[in-house]
Every structure is written in C-alpha cells, then in structure tokens.
Design a protein around this ligand. Sequence first.
Ligand code: B12
Length: 217
Amino acid sequence: MTQEKPVPNNEILRLVDLFRTGLKDSVYKWFEEANLCTEEELKVFEVVLDRIGHLWEKEEIPLTSVYVSSKIAEELANTRLRPEIEGKSPKGTIVMGTVSEDTHSLGKNIVKRFLSPFFEVHDLGNDVRLEDFIHHAKRTEADIIAVSALMMNSIQQLPHLRDLVEQTEWTQKPKILVGGAPFSINPELCEKVGADDCSGFAFDTVEKAMILLGDSR
Ligand code: B12
C-alpha cells in the first residue's frame, strides 16, 4: 500500500461540486490524476458523500443531487475500488443486507466486495426484514449476520435482531456484525444495539469477521 496522502479541503470541495452536478467524466479524471490507493479513494468518496448529505440536510441542494452523486459513487466503486486481495477459499458463511426501511446500498455493496474473497456471502439486498435475516441465516447455517444501517430509524431496529437471534434455536448461533456511517461517528452504538462488533469502514470488516469467526468456533 502506498503512503497515505491527505487530500486538501479545497480539492474535496471541488469534488463535491463535480459529484453533485453529475460531472462523471471530471470525477473519473480527478481520481486518475490523484493516484490514490484504494483505501484513500474510499475515504475520499465517503467524505465527499458525507458533505453532500450535509448540504442536503441544510437544504442547500435537492435530494436529486444526492441521488446523482450516489450513482456516480456506485459506478466508481464498481470500476475503481478493488480490494487488494484475490480469490481465497471461503472460510465461513455470511448473510448480509441493509435493514428494513433502509435502501442505502452503496456501503453494503462495497463491504460485500471486500468480504467475498474470504466468505460465502449471501446478499439479501436492501430493505430486509429482521425475520428474513434470521430465516436465511438458519437456512445457510451462517456464521455471521452482517447488517448495514445508515439511518437512525433503521438502527433502532437492531436490538430486536439480537432478541430474535437469542430466541431462535441454532446448531451454531451466528454472530451479529453491523456497519454504516453512524457506527464510525459513534462506536458506542455497537454495544447499544447488541451487536458482536461494528464497523464504519469497509477496510477492517474482513479482519473483524475473521475474529468473530474464530470466537464462534
Ligand atoms: C447517497 C445517500 C442517499 C442515496 C442512496 C443511494 C444508494 N443506492 O445507496 C439516496 C439519494 C437514494 C438517499 C435516500 C435517502 N436518504 Co440518504 N444519504 C446518502 C448519503 C449522502 C451517503 C451514503 C453513502 O452511500 N455513503 C458512502 C458509503 C460508501 O459509506 P457508508 O454507507 O457509510 O458505508 C461504509 C461504512 O459505513 C461501512 N459499512 C456500511 N455498511 C456496512 C455493513 C457492515 C456489516 C459493515 C461491517 C460495514 C459497513 O463500509 C462502507 C465502506 O467503507 C448519506 C450521508 C452519510 N454521511 O451517510 C445520506 C443519509 C444516510 N440519508 C439520509 C436520509 C434522511 C435519506 C432519505 C430519508 C431522504 C428522503 N427524504 O427521502 C432517503 C432514505 C431512503 C430509504 N428509505 O432508505 C440521512 C439519514 C439521517 C439519519 N440520521 O437518519 C443521511 C445521513 C443524510 C443526512 N446528512 O441527513 N440517500
């Protein structure tokens, strides 16, 4: 991995403008020229999307601009963000999804790409009911249920997932791994929602999942 290069604030502001106005080619050119490593690229576009979210919150830009930005970010993630690890044999099974009433898929999809070389990942998509996480975890004998939650409303459901895990009979009880931006802002949320671990950044999810797996075997 190359040495971390801080991206100056004026460059972040320029990128925010390029994203929100849908100038996809200029965004690509920016990343080409910046020549960052994958971890830095991911950090940059999380910061940019966070700023865009705040602009929308302050009613400085419409929701359509957030949507346009997310479409560019999605394409960028699919084409540029390559985890620097390749095809290992799966070490366990993970059922993952974004929790019900939450359709923020970008972070979950990135995490899936990072986990897939190491685990058999069953992606249930977005807006997944807690009962469906349990059903699929049971069916696949999953080691981990990995849940993405970006909104406070969706986070509030998570303690009930712990209840459902405890109330269900398992051959081997799955661990709960949760993630999304709120967990990097406030890591204490992890304990509050009853998860076994949490992460606000895709880069440490493989390690966290491996540790949970070690604990559960
Ligand atoms: C893009 C975006 C959208 C896009 C989503 C497109 C898509 N396909 O995902 C659109 C425009 C559709 C959208 C809609 C809405 N949004 Co929105 N959105 C965002 C925004 C700007 C960026 C989210 C994002 O993609 N970030 C980039 C990714 C890569 O980061 P990430 O998700 O955090 O994921 C990383 C880590 O957290 C971690 N991770 C993520 N998941 C997981 C899971 C596991 C298991 C692990 C281990 C790790 C992990 O790894 C990822 C990579 O490092 C956020 C602002 C923010 N700061 O989050 C608001 C934000 C989340 N949205 C918000 C809101 C309110 C909405 C709407 C309700 C708006 C509306 N009025 O309709 C709707 C909700 C729709 C719904 N029911 O879900 C609020 C939530 C406020 C709150 N506290 O509850 C935010 C915070 C904006 C704000 N500042 O107010 N949104």
